[in-house]
Design a protein around this ligand. Structure first.
Ligand code: ZN
Length: 133
């Protein structure tokens, strides 16, 4: 498998983001989120009242909490017009490129539904922005 290099730095979208240090090909696995495998119930308990969590629910009663133990991929911000996507597979969250990504670009993916329930304004800056998360 190819290894690509990424860097966490300040993002124009929000807080910190994950940026490509090299050009990335389309449709390629970029890396994994990592973190702590927990129950969905525990995930919801942890998410309550916290502004910033990186928890992915698998829909089978389990979830991955990357907030403390995850890799740099926990800094991937949401965009309504993303250049990457998450693939959920038995307790793992893998990131793939949707298209070619140039060195220096911020990695983004579409979070879909979030625990914010549409109350968090989206600042992705895309012309196709849905407005909220
Ligand atoms: Zn948006």
């Amino acid at each position: 498998m190819d290894t690509f290099n990424f860097e966490v730095r300040r993002s124009r979208i929000q807080g910190r983001g994950l940026f490509a240090l090299t050009d990335l090909p389309a449709r390629r696995k970029l890396g994994e989120l990592g973190g702590e495998l927990i129950t969905e119930r525990e995930a919801r308990r942890r998410a309550r009242g916290r502004a910033s969590v990186m928890i992915v629910e698998f829909g089978d009663g389990t979830a991955l909490d990357a907030t403390r133990l995850g890799t740099g991929f926990k800094y991937v911000n949401h965009s309504c017009e993303p250049n990457a996507y998450m693939r959920l597979c038995r307790g793992r969250v893998e990131f793939y490129s949707l298209r070619e990504i140039a060195a220096g670009e911020e990695l983004t993916c579409d979070y879909g539904e979030t625990h914010h329930d549409g109350r968090l304004p989206c600042r992705c800056g895309s012309a196709r922005c849905r407005g909220a998360l």
